[in-house]
Write a new protein. Structure first.
Length: 164
């Protein structure tokens, strides 16, 4: 008889335990999914900044470098399947003013505000701001447009090639 009373008192306790544990398990699962998505988004931003810096370093002018870097970053992020709520691509083009024959670089920084609202639970972060920078060298002996359509093609070491 006491055994029957013990069974009656335990009846329904499994449902209560399940109701208590389920939200915690779902939160752990959502955290794992968001962590994976943040990692994939970070890798996509790093690939985008690498591509943007490389294409900017191949440009002849600073304006072309900015334009090609924007296009390269956008197309790489699209190919990776990452859509940014806001995308900022900044290009440091000071290297284009360095005379031909001297080492110069171009640095690109990409900042992407990624949203994860499709998997976020209330109280969890719905997005992340990811940024990456990459510096790519400009070709030392490649001509650069100095302005007004004048190109510097040679170097001080090789005046025959059109340098000073």
């Amino acid at each position: 008889m006491t055994r029957l009373r013990a069974l009656r008192r335990d009846r329904g306790s499994t449902s209560i335990e399940l109701a208590i544990i389920t939200p915690a398990v779902l939160a752990i699962f959502a955290t794992a999914v968001i962590g994976g998505r943040v990692n994939l988004a970070r890798q996509a931003v790093e690939a985008a900044v690498f591509d943007a810096a490389r294409t900017a370093s191949l440009a002849r002018t600073a304006a072309d470098a900015q334009a090609t870097a924007n296009r390269a970053a956008g197309s790489t992020l699209d190919a990776q399947g990452l859509s940014c709520a806001s995308l900022n691509v900044s290009v440091s083009t000071g290297g284009f003013s360095v005379p031909v024959g001297q080492p110069a670089t171009v640095t690109v920084t990409v900042v992407c505000e990624a949203r994860f609202t499709d998997v976020a639970l209330p109280g969890m972060p719905g997005g992340a701001t990811l940024s990456a920078s990459f510096t790519s060298p400009l070709d030392t002996y490649r001509s650069r447009v100095l302005g007004f359509g004048i190109a510097e093609a040679g170097s001080a070491r090789n005046p025959i090639a059109g340098g000073v």
